[in-house]
Design a protein around this ligand. Sequence first.
Ligand code: XIL
Length: 300
Amino acid sequence: ASTLGAQAAQSGRYFGAAVAAGRLGDGTYTGILGREFNSVTPENEMKWDATERSRGQFTFGAADQIVNGATARGQRVRGHTLVWHSQLPDWVKGIRDANTLRGVMNNHITTVMNRYKGRIHSWDVVNEAFADGGSGQLRGSVFRDVLGTGFLEQAFRTARSADPAAKLCYNDYNIENWNDAKTQGVYRMVRDFKARGVPIDCVGLQSHFGAGGPPGSFQTTLSNFAALGVDVQITELDIAQAPPNAYANTVRACMNVARCTGITVWGIRDSDSWRSGENPLLFDRNGNKKPAYQATLTAL
Ligand code: XIL
């Protein structure tokens, strides 16, 4: 096939991009979006600070724009993200009472998921809950500090009730190298969830890579997670300087793992990227395909 989405679909996978509502008026951007991708992830528009800036006041305008546009183009949507310590309003960070915070978290999950019920193929229910470095433990956050480590289980159970058709993912960065303590911490959590029947369907590996691309153990990490009985997805791919081989290696690792169900790049053109100084994406500032684009298409 001649586009990323169509080529990925030949093996039953999706190829997606993070989309910003503010760019949907740009014809070059939407031209590439509609042509190349069959999944979209709202880059910021479904985050807590965008959807519930004050308690109980939900705003969905920008997220609706992205979801409705995707539906019109026949694209699937990843939901990103429900429970995250970052881009979290101060009113949530200030809650000290566990019953209050549990109610607020459950209401946020339920209300946002209900809005898009049946239209999201996978939800990042919890994002980036594990600490960097060697601990393999959860990072400090209002959720962990007030609710304890059980907040993840609570979030996934609530999410399952809200939209039983959506795949429920745990999403994080720096869990691509099998030997990292953070990877091992996430692995132990998923194994424990599966053993105890806590609902979880997928692990999202963000895959924000340096110019060297994925670690040598990347495919091992994908297959080890998959062996626990979850799908794996590459959810936020970008690679400093976008070396074609680094992209090809990333895509091949996914293609070699049956339960690696899709890849999302974190933006379209280099100028759209949160790492724009590193030119990490598949299209240049003018919307032209870069060498990494061809390498990606060939590897799919
Ligand atoms: C980034 C967005 O790309 C930026 O526009 C925003 O300013 C900050 O967040 N991990 C995630 C994504 O899960 O939500 C982040 O997106 C990048 C890191």
